[in-house]
Design a protein around this ligand. Structure first.
Ligand code: CDP
Ligand code: MG
Length: 798
């Protein structure tokens, strides 16, 4: 372990521990690679902080949680899942022995619903705070309250215990220790916020001016070279040229190139290898180029942690994951394109866009810093000094300000703390329009009522590890008798890498394709691809993508979940296996007949097979999103709900395992999707194959995305009048992606709900009744002598 002893953070462990000991909240700032993620938890463990509870470390990304837990288990020489474990959506690798638990921020949110006091944790490290993921931002607000209330209660409990101790000593009999076990009094909770960028003051101010601890970096000077012209429009070509110049003229040292997405990176790798091969013999040494992006399979990711053989230069072509989350050793040269792929959401239309935009100055600095980790380095910026000085934004807007908040708001509502979401204590508040959009959508989905309170249905939806629209569709499927089918479709929609390179809906050539999951080395000849396309277009039955996904699932399952079927249909076995895992989990929640859905979110106390430790559904994952990871979560236990709703017990109508859904079941599926995606309906324009969305605020004209499975046209060559879509994306122009044909009569049922409502009223909601004692319920300041927090208090903490 001598390797880790030399990490900067280890040298300051005494000071950090002293700060943790005397403060509820501290902020630790240290440059990427200083050991925050891997060492802090171990430092706390070694100092005994895990004796009272588990040490939790959150990560914004799933891969982050998994790889770091592996690494730390390795460093400690323990088996993963024992002393060191991880929990992410759809996967829990922890045990009673676990003392250090890495988990996604979405998973921690979900746990809050089951255990609002997060009793099992003694320390929570909100790691990678600089990334400002939506979930981390929500956790800031919730844990800020929780620290205050739990610690007040812990202090009060201590006091009471001391008193009782005196009394017991006097009378010779303890307080009712036998019989029913009294609820354990809360223990003290400590919060550590870590960041790789210098935003400590901001965090500190938010957390009541808590101390900020700076771990001095070990950074060597980095020479920054700007280009004379901006290359923001041809950055990819410019980056490749720069790599070749470095390789042929600069001394040894690895190169790190920042590009924006997988397809682009894969293409660049091919080009770089070609150009290196074309160099005159002896003009430069060997070079190996490697990709690095968040959705890269783990076994590929570890390659960048392995040093190159002697004399071989490595060139790592990465997305912004290499900016702060993953440290690549040996980098001496950085090539900064100056751009990043960034998602943004427009609440007025519900449109998502994933655009290549200029990075911020903070990001530029961070990228340059990657060159000076082992020795003095150089950073080649593909933009001018003028661009840096005058055109770049100072900082990047946090995710909470550029994403749909439906999942996050449902989550806050599900806590039933009477939180007025429009005045929640956000570190950086989202736009009012975005919050109102979320409230309106939740009303349409029947997840909240006209008073802004979560409904029994909303609680059940929150209990599912699915985005609200899919959760609502699943609840509708329960009534319509197609749970099995919906579970299959939801699982398929939730799986990444479902289609082989360049083979799937939403794939490469795709204009809207965020991080299109394709490699340029597509695995199939055009003829094979065309055959697969014909096959799939048959399977979609003219009804669209959801039916195609259902049929593909059924086909694969019937074929014994084998490789051959996958290949034949252009599917990625890894993605299918992942879908099967998700499907299993969803089925465990729903029960084979769907009756499990009735029990979600309802009383029953710590009952049954839930989705413990899973990352919340929230906005659900966006297919192939570059910044992957959890979304706002929601959970099921501890929530108080009205009695289970009256879902028709129609489980029998679902097809048998391994069977094929009947036409009636496929209809039911489409009907249920229409209910769930009531906020995502579109109507065809008269005598035209364009669509306009049925949106409460602004209908948007959009075309079917070219990747959509074909829809049946009528005699006039016109598409179905109404469709449900999964995503409205803007690139060159607006497109609907993942589309399913629906019927006018189903649309008519939900249409009246899509109207304006008194949004201000929706914002508030009331706190839940007795023993709901939520996460830091209400202010709770003082909380003297009260183990239970005051009820009905409004959230908006000072
Ligand atoms: O969180 P922070 O960026 O401060 O550092 P870290 O992730 O704890 O990484 C500390 C050191 O461990 C770095 O030198 C990493 O390269 C190394 N590391 C590794 O080799 N393999 C991992 N899976 C994670 C970290
Ligand atoms: Mg880290």
């Amino acid at each position: 372990m001598s390797g880790t002893d030399s990490l900067p953070i280890r040298q300051f462990s005494k000071d950090i521990l002293a700060a943790v000991e005397s403060n509820d909240v501290i902020v630790v700032i240290g440059e990427t690679g200083s050991g925050k993620t891997t060492q802090l938890s171990q430092i706390l463990l070694e100092a005994g902080y895990a004796s009272q509870g588990v040490i939790a470390v959150t990560q914004p990304r799933r891969v982050g949680a998994v790889t770091v837990a592996k690494r730390v288990a390795e460093e400690r020489g323990v088996q993963l899942g024992r002393e060191v474990g991880y929990a992410v959506r759809f996967e829990d690798c922890t045990s009673v022995a676990t003392r250090i638990k890495y988990l996604t921020d979405g998973t921690l949110l979900r746990e809050c619903l089951e255990d609002p006091q997060l009793q099992r944790y003694s320390v929570i490290v909100l790691d990678e705070a600089h990334e400002r993921s939506l979930n981390t931002d929500i956790l800031f607000g919730l844990i800020k309250r929780l620290v205050r209330t739990r610690n007040a209660q812990a202090a009060a409990a201590e006091k009471a215990k001391a008193k009782a101790g005196e009394a017991a000593a006097g009378s010779g009999s303890g307080p009712d220790s036998g019989g029913r076990s009294a609820p354990k009094p809360p223990t003290r909770l400590r919060l550590v916020i870590t960041s790789a960028t210098l935003d400590g003051e901001k965090f500190s101010a938010y957390f009541g001016n808590c101390p900020v601890f700076n771990v001095p970096g070990r950074c060597f000077p980095v020479d920054i070279i700007h280009t004379r012209e901006d290359h923001l429009s041809d950055y990819s070509a410019a980056a490749i040229d720069t790599v070749m110049q470095i390789h042929t003229s600069q001394p040894e040292g690895d190169i790190l190139v920042f590009l924006t997405g997988q397809a682009e990176i894969d293409k660049a790798l091919v080009r770089i290898h070609q150009e290196v091969a074309a160099l005159p013999a002896g003009s430069a040494g060997p070079l190996v180029a490697l990709p690095l992006y968040a959705s890269l399979p783990p076994e590929m990711q570890v390659r960048v942690f392995r040093p190159a053989p002697e004399g071989v230069r490595r060139c790592i072509v990465a997305t912004n994951v290499a900016e702060t989350s993953i440290t690549v050793e040996g980098v001496v040269y950085v090539v900064d394109s100056g751009v990043v792929k960034q998602r943004s959401y427009q609440p007025s239309t519900g449109m998502d866009s994933l655009e290549v935009v200029a990075i911020s100055r903070v990001q530029a600095t961070q990228r340059a810093g990657r060159a000076g980790r082992t020795r003095p380095g150089k950073c080649f910026r593909l933009y001018t000094r003028n661009h840096y000085d005058h055109k770049m934004p100072n900082v990047t807007a946090p995710e909470i300000q550029r994403t749909s908040l439906v999942g996050a708001v449902l989550y806050l509502k599900s806590l039933q703390l009477g939180i007025d979401v429009l005045s929640f204590d956000f570190l950086d508040p989202p736009a009012v329009a975005a919050l109102e959009d979320a409230l309106r959508q939740l009303l349409v989905l029947d997840a909240i009522d006209a008073d802004g309170n979560v409904t029994a249905l909303g609680l059940r939806m929150a209990g599912l590890p699915l985005e609200p629209a899919l959760a609502r569709a699943l609840m509708a499927a329960r009534e319509l008798g197609c749970v099995r089918e919906m579970v299959s479709v939801a699982a398929m929609l939730s799986s990444e890498h479902l289609f082989l390179a360049g083979q799937g809906p939403g794939d490469a050539a795709n204009p809207g394709g965020p991080d299109s999951r394709r490699s340029s080395s597509s695995d199939a000849a055009p003829a094979i691809r065309a055959a697969r396309e014909r096959l799939r277009s048959l399977m979609a039955e003219g009804l669209g993508d959801h039916v195609l996904l259902l049929r593909l699932w059924e086909g694969w399952e019937a074929a014994g979940c084998g490789r051959d079927y996958a290949r034949e249909h252009g599917l990625d076995l890894r993605g299918l296996n992942f879908a099967r895992d998700i499907r299993r989990q969803l089925e465990a929640v729903a029960g084979p007949d769907g009756s499990g859905l009735d029990k979600l979110g309802g009383g029953g106390g710590g009952g049954g097979g839930g989705v413990r430790g899973e990352e919340g559904g929230g906005e659900g994952r966006k297919r192939g999103r570059e910044e992957e990871g959890g979304e706002a979560g929601a959970g099921l236990k501890g929530a108080r709900a009205a009695p289970p709703g009256a879902g028709a017990d129609s489980g029998g109508a679902s097809s048998a395992p391994g069977g094929r859904a009947s036409a009636a079941q496929v209809d039911a599926l489409r009907h249920a999707l229409t209910v769930g995606f009531a906020n995502k309906l579109a109507r065809r324009l008269p005598r035209h194959n364009g669509y306009k969305t049925l949106h409460a605020v602004t209908g948007q004209l959009a075309q079917l995305h070219p990747s959509c499975a074909p829809l049946r046209e009528d005699g006039d060559g016109l598409l179905p009048e109404f469709v449900v879509y999964h995503e409205l994306v803007a690139t060159s122009r607006p497109f609907l992606r993942q589309v399913c044909a629906t019927r006018a009569e189903w649309v008519a049922d939900v249409l009246p709900k899509i109207m304006s409502a008194d949004v201000r009223r929706l914002s508030k909601g009331t706190a839940r009744g007795p023993d709901g004692a939520g996460a830091g319920d209400g202010g709770g300041e003082g909380g003297e002598g009260q183990a239970q927090s005051p009820r009905g208090a409004k959230a908006a903490a000072a």
